[in-house]
Ligand binder design. Structure first.
Ligand SMILES: C[S@@+](CC[C@H](N)C(=O)[O-])C[C@H]1O[C@@H](n2cnc3c(N)ncnc32)[C@H](O)[C@@H]1O
Length: 381
């Protein structure tokens, strides 16, 4: 496990490592992992809307999310165990949690503030009846099927970008349907720990964003978005993806979960390379199993860095390359010349570290298991 720490990152990284170490039997200690629910969290959501600089800004805070109880199953040294998660609510008293939080939507063309015309809130009915308008670009974006479509080409009739397979395949409704019903579980073969455990790991790394706005980019069918919203740890959660059918699937799963009825949860269609959020407006960004799908990871990570506030955290899981059959400088040169040899990129840890650094993100910290890696980096203060 590679760790590079400052005081700010020390707590999540060390507590994660401590849990791993306690239950580790092997050199790859991801699977023997016990979520630690000992921490008590308090969380308040005021539900207010503010007029801000002449536009309707949406901010959230509702009185007291109720305590949630649940049982999480974890695999510890090969055995499935049940973990009681009792009252995982009460006690995140961060400055951010006390203030009403805004989701600062921005125009994907000029990054200026977006004005909303229509009812408040992010319920499907409210979003579908809304238009999101950029006064500077004289461009309006509709709400449709429960999400705000803030992609540049929304509504374009003749022109379409060429999309790489890692983007295009997930726009297929059948792929979106099967994604959470089997496809995602298949990642276990590469060393992914399973969604429940990956979620716990992500939450630990996202600790600096507690009480703030969390953006789940490339959320797919919303498997992590829903868990983040249920956790009660964030003042607002945004699920975002480029795929229309993934967003529809996310919306349907959200609707089936009555505990999410009052959640501060917005769905936004966005290209990760052109995020429709104001600079420095997001406390944490999560990207589960998506970095290897993005058309330009450098544009995407630079965008994530732009929207993060100073000290904000970016947490991502992705696939590492299996042990290289040829020496890595040669392999790198071949990839740069001929492109990747599959639709999906497979990473080396050093490449991820380098990419983050190039985009102004510091304190790289990661956990690995075979081809699985989950990493955390922080926007410099
Ligand atoms: C393998 S899925 C990951 C879904 C989910 N986050 C998870 O952890 O399982 C990759 C996701 O990346 C999205 N994606 C691909 N290209 C994208 C782009 N340019 N902008 C935003 N999302 C993109 C796909 O639509 C897909 O939902």
């Amino acid at each position: 496990m590679a760790l590079s720490l400052t005081a700010r990152k020390l707590v999540p990284c060390l507590s994660l490592q401590a849990s791993l170490a306690r239950h580790s039997e092997s050199a790859h200690p991801v699977l023997p992992f016990v979520p630690d629910f000992s921490r008590q969290l308090r969380f308040r959501w005021p539900a207010t809307f503010q007029k801000h600089r002449g536009q309707t800004r949406h901010s959230f805070s509702q009185e007291a999310a109720s305590a949630r109880r649940g049982v999480v199953q974890a695999v510890v040294a090969g055995e499935v165990i049940d973990i009681q998660a009792e009252s995982v609510v009460t006690q995140v008293e961060t400055e951010a949690a006390q203030k009403p939080k805004t989701i600062d939507l921005a125009c994907p063309i000029c990054y200026g503030p977006i004005e909303r015309r229509g009812p408040e809130g992010f319920s499907r009915a409210a979003v579908d009846a809304s238009r999101f308008e950029c006064p500077r670009c004289k461009r309006s974006f509709p709400g449709k099927q429960g999400y705000a479509d803030l992609t540049v080409l929304e509504g374009a009739q003749e022109y379409a970008d060429f999309l790489p397979p890692g983007t295009q395949i997930f726009r297929n409704p059948l792929v979106s349907f099967v994604y959470e019903r089997g496809w995602r579980q298949g990642f276990a073969q590469a060393g992914f720990p399973g969604v429940d455990q990956e979620f716990v790991m992500a939450q630990r790394y996202l600790e600096p964003a507690a009480g703030g706005v969390l953006l789940d980019v490339s959320c797919g069918s919303g498997l992590f978005t829903r868990r983040f919203a249920s956790s009660g740890k964030y003042s607002a959660v945004i699920g975002s993806d480029f795929s229309e059918s993934m967003l529809v699937q996310t919306r349907d799963f959200i609707r089936q979960d009555r505990t999410l009825d009052d959640a501060n949860l917005a769905l936004v269609r966005a290209d990760v390379g052109r995020l429709p959020f104001e600079t420095g407006s997001i406390d944490g960004v999560h990207a589960g199993a998506a970095l290897h799908c993005w058309p330009s990871p450098s544009s995407a990570v630079a965008e994530i860095s732009r929207v993060l506030r100073p000290g904000g955290v970016f947490v991502a899981s992705t696939f590492l390359a299996p042990r290289a059959p040829i020496p890595s400088p040669l392999a790198r040169q071949a990839r740069q010349t001929f492109g990747p040899n599959s639709a999906y990129r497979q990473w080396k840890e050093d490449e991820l570290r380098d990419l983050a650094r190039a985009c102004g993100l510091v304190d790289f910290c990661c956990t690995r298991n075979r081809q699985f890696i989950i990493l955390s980096v922080r926007k410099a203060d």
